[in-house]
Design a protein around this ligand. Sequence first.
Ligand SMILES: N[C@@H](CCC(=O)N[C@@H](CS)C(=O)NCC(=O)O)C(=O)O
Length: 218
Amino acid sequence: MTIRLYGFWRSIASFRVRVALKLKQLPFEEIPVDILSGEQFGPDYGAVNDERVVPTLVHGDRRVFQSLAIIEFLDDLMPEPRLLPSDPADRAYARSLALVAVADAHPLVTPRVRNHLVKMFGADANAIESWAKHWTIEGLATYERLLERRPPAPFALGPRVGVADICIAGQIVGAHFLKLDLTPFPAVARLADHCFALPPFAMSHPFEQPGYRAAAPR
Ligand SMILES: N[C@@H](CCC(=O)N[C@@H](CS)C(=O)NCC(=O)O)C(=O)O
């Protein structure tokens, strides 16, 4: 059954799902939704996703949104390689690590938040960049503290790559967009090196997507 992924080259949440699909070697077709031009608010995508955000994964007559829910759905669909550990405590830890980016750091730098800052408070390009850098660095600093306490070996939960690594890698992608220096976050940087050495991560990076070449990187 064909899997369709509504996503966008620049979207960190789409990156997370792309990596999961590729780790599981599930073929999929990606349908771009240009969230910078507002295509997510149009009637076509409105019929697909009521939240008006990417990604959405379509599998048969099932539509799943929210990257973490999608990744868990993929784990049920194709259990190997498992992206969430089966041990309850490890699974909770993996989800906690994932949610630092998914629920706390990443939402603050999405287009809807940036656009609202411009519209409501007159933020200019410098202010927006400084906002994005601030919250991206906060996320990286949180991960650094967490990874210092439980050092990756070599991935966050041990020898197998999983959902926590995918979400931490997404935070690194945010750092790449903003050209942030990762020197203050050595544990995060080491984990990123391990992740991006794997083709599913490297091939899913926004800078490797066809849309990146067509657009001026922001
Ligand atoms: N928590 C959601 C985040 C979804 C999200 O905010 N996606 C962004 C792209 S990374 C988006 O579509 N933004 C559109 C907007 O902000 O208007 C997930 O993990 O799927």
